[in-house]
Design a protein around this ligand. Structure first.
Ligand code: ATP
Ligand code: ATP
Ligand code: MG
Ligand code: MG
Ligand code: MG
Ligand code: MG
Ligand code: MG
Length: 309
């Protein structure tokens, strides 16, 4: 390597312009399946929710958390997943292109790698039998990074995604019930639902099809949260031990110059290498769990303070 390092061509590296994401902010990386309207049709996803596809998304997200220990949690619905990195994250020196490309390609790799486990198919014998769904085209995902400075912003971000999931799923459930069970054309179903409120869709599902929307699976209505759980499982005896990562980042006061008005500037106290190594080991050991619960209210976050700590 040393011999190659100083070639006359190396100056081209200076054209690189790596963007570093704003320090001391939460980073959320959101990926989304490219043209999954087409992909889901090609792969015969069941409408409106194919549980195999959702479980494959969740498994790929969990494997991504397993691979990248800096990620605290992820939230997913449909063909998207959002990954949360803590404010003190220094992975890849917070270089945006490194973070975005590594997360999205790790996830995509797992999605393809795990496909057969969830969809079956794959080998010639299975294809012969018409079993499962073998992968017919390579799926791909886009990904973007956004920095959020406050806990409130992060909470609102996840609330936005979950509220969106609810609105979309109620619409899709009403739409596909009209089409599949009601024998209504897609165009007519679309027209019938135009301008309706949530209550109208609930009523339509109940009065015409006997479906109580609230009894639909939680995974469909609430999406999926995948996170590191530092608590010791109840069945192992000890009640939820206090997790080590609950303490918020410490803040130190900067003293003003002599004679100057004492000014308080928030300066994050960065963690030492050994502290970070300790946390990485803990993160590696923590269980990764998947739940379909409300993340708009306070309860989820209050019970898992290490996620935003
Ligand atoms: P883009 O490339 O802009 O994201 P897209 O076709 O992927 O285009 P989205 O808004 O991301 O558009 O919509 C995702 C599509 O994938 C929806 O049409 C949805 O019906 C389908 N889809 C995703 N997951 C499932 C699933 N589990 N079951 C059935 N359909 C799904
Ligand atoms: P990073 O994540 O920082 O890129 P890395 O281990 O991938 O770490 P690289 O500098 O990218 O580091 O080096 C790629 C490595 O992969 C080299 O060690 C090289 O020996 C190995 N490698 C890549 N392609 C081949 C190949 N075709 N045959 C054998 N080894 C290969
Ligand atoms: Mg290389
Ligand atoms: Mg999109
Ligand atoms: Mg998409
Ligand atoms: Mg989408
Ligand atoms: Mg490499």
């Amino acid at each position: 390597k040393a011999g190659m390092a100083n070639s006359k061509y190396e100056y081209t590296r200076t054209f690189e312009d790596p963007r570093r994401l704003l320090p001391n902010t939460y980073i959320i990386l959101r990926l989304d399946g490219r043209s999954f309207s087409t992909f889901s049709a090609t792969q015969n996803f069941k409408k409106p929710n194919d549980p195999r596809a959702l479980q494959l998304m969740n498994a790929s997200a969990a494997a991504t958390l397993r691979t990248l220990t800096d990620i605290r949690m992820a939230y997913g619905v449909s063909d998207e997943f959002s990954f949360l990195l803590p404010r003190e994250c220094t992975l890849f020196d917070r270089r945006e292109d490194k973070l975005v490309s590594t997360v999205v390609s790790t996830f995509t790799g797992w999605y393809v790698f795990l496909w057969q486990r969830y969809f079956g198919g794959g080998d010639a014998a299975a294809a012969e039998e018409g079993e499962g769904e073998s992968l017919r085209a390579p799926p791909s995902f886009d990904c973007r990074a956004v920095c959020y400075p406050s806990v409130g912003n992060v909470r609102d971000y996840f609330a936005w995604r979950q509220a969106d999931a609810h609105v979309n799923n109620l619409f899709n459930t009403a739409f596909w019930t009209l089409v599949i069970r009601g024998g209504v054309s897609r165009r007519d179903a679309e027209a019938e639902l135009r301008g309706t409120f949530a209550a109208d869709k609930n009523e339509l599902l109940f009065s015409r099809f006997g479906i109580n929307y609230n009894n639909e699976p939680e995974m469909y209505r609430k999406g999926s949260v995948v996170y590191r759980d530092y608590r010791i499982p109840e069945d192992e005896g000890a009640a939820a031990a206090e997790p080590t990562l609950t303490e918020p980042l410490e803040w130190s006061e900067r003293e003003g110059e002599e004679g100057e008005e004492r000014e308080t500037t928030a300066v994050p106290k960065f963690k030492s290498k050994t502290q970070k190594e300790k946390e990485r080991k803990l993160a590696k050991k923590a269980r990764i769990v998947t739940e379909h619960v409300d993340i708009i209210g306070d309860e989820f976050w209050q019970k898992r303070p290490w996620l935003l700590g």
